[in-house]
Design a protein around this ligand. Structure first.
Ligand code: NAI
Ligand code: MG
Length: 353
């Protein structure tokens, strides 16, 4: 099978970690029978300064018509608004209808308290429809925002969470070490207070996960505030968490803190039949150009992208090679207390493939 991958390095350390992702794909063992073709694509603040568009139409067109998947590095967003500029990754999610943000948070299994969870965040609606207004009330200014939850979006995100739970089990069954024995999905909401909006999310997620396909998946639910408490007290409990946009945003950044460095946490933006792997970190201007960025978040994002292309065996090999590097702990980048360069960490992981 030949897969065509769009490469969008973006700004800052994106230019250092995305080439590492490409080298990883090129180094996959030939026994997997996978070949890759690459297309270099532009987006980001530098692209905006050069061309006037942060996300050139050509980038979107090529992704849509030529690519099986893509890797996105990071973009620098100016801290004060710049006329005409808006985040290209947000625009890309919209234009390709990448309705899910998937973020695995995993420690090595030899850690003192190992964790292995994935947060599946709905990415198109909820409070982020950005329908806000401000008006004068009897006691002064009032601002309101719409929280929109739909059956369609809730159903498809819960279905995706169920599918991810089954796939994670498949990877475990193939011998990958894990703390979980069987698949579980936790539905997060606040329907005790927001009975209509979160109530719809909860009921729809339950309905989607009641499909016989998911009969081996244990479906639980949890109110979001107690979820935060438990996420920090007993993070090992969770396998797959599914949440509406806002709760998912907060939970996924919070969960990333459990594993020590942003340089370790991958994500994927996923729609029907298309996934873009993206490290969770930003463009890290403080360390750019020094060859010390941790490439692991990107390497894990490569594996996650491959999972969504049904290439679980390739993904499992990458996860194992990364875990091998982390467990041995000899070649770590500075964010993990080591002194290895980006290149050294990459070479060590390629060697383990
Ligand atoms: P950041 O994630 O770029 O950096 C935060 C801290 O973590 C920095 O000290 C950085 O050196 C460190 N760090 C991040 N990735 C690392 C890696 N792979 N290895 C080692 N250390 C790493 O967040 P920050 O500083 O708030 O934002 C910088 C720029 O990135 C801003 O312009 C911001 O808008 C943008 N950004 C872009 C994101 C995206 O493209 N999705 C996400 C977050 C921020
Ligand atoms: Mg966030």
């Amino acid at each position: 099978r030949t897969l065509r991958i769009g490469l969008i390095p973006g700004d800052g350390i994106g230019k250092e970690v995305i080439p590492a992702g490409r080298r990883l794909l090129e180094a996959l063992p030939s026994s997997l029978n996978l070949k890759f073709e690459f297309v270099d694509l532009k987006a980001g603040f530098e692209t905006f300064e050069q061309t006037g568009a942060a996300l050139p139409d050509k980038t979107v067109e090529i992704l849509k018509t030529e690519c099986d998947g893509a890797l996105f590095g990071a973009v620098s967003s100016p801290s004060t608004a710049v006329k005409g500029y808006s985040s290209p990754i947000v625009a890309l999610r919209k234009r390709l209808d990448l309705y899910a943000n998937v973020r695995p948070v995993k420690s090595v299994m030899t850690a003192k308290n190992p964790i292995d969870m994935v947060i599946v965040r709905e990415n198109t609606e909820d409070l982020y429809v950005k329908e806000e207004k401000t008006f004068d009330g009897p006691d002064g200014k009032v601002a309101e925002a719409i929280k929109r939850i739909s059956y369609k979006a809730s159903f498809r995100i819960a279905k995706m969470a169920g599918e991810i739970a089954l796939r994670r089990q498949k990877i475990r069954d193939s011998g990958a070490p894990s703390i979980h024995k069987s698949p579980m999905v936790t539905v997060t909401h606040k329907s005790n207070v927001l009975s209509q909006t979160d109530g719809l999310f909860r009921a729809t997620a339950r309905e989607a996960l009641a499909d016989p396909r998911f009969k081996t998946v244990d479906v639980e639910e949890q109110i979001v505030d107690s979820m935060v408490y438990k996420l920090f007290r007993q993070p090992e409990t969770y396998d797959v968490i599914v949440a509406p946009n806002l709760y998912g945003d907060i939970l996924s950044d919070g969960a990333a803190a459990l594993v020590g460095s942003l340089g370790l946490v991958p994500s994927a933006n996923v729609g029907e039949g298309f996934a873009i792997g993206e490290p969770c970190h930003g463009s890290a201007p403080d360390i750019m150009g020094k060859n010390i960025a941790n490439p692991i978040a990107t390497l894990r994002s490569v594996a996650l992208m491959l999972e969504f292309m049904d290439e679980e065996a390739a993904a499992a090999k990458i996860y194992a090679a990364v875990d091998g590097n982390l467990e041995e702990g000899k070649l770590l980048s500075p964010d993990l207390g080591g002194s290895a360069t980006t290149t050294q960490v990459l070479e060590d992981i390629l060697g383990r493939l």
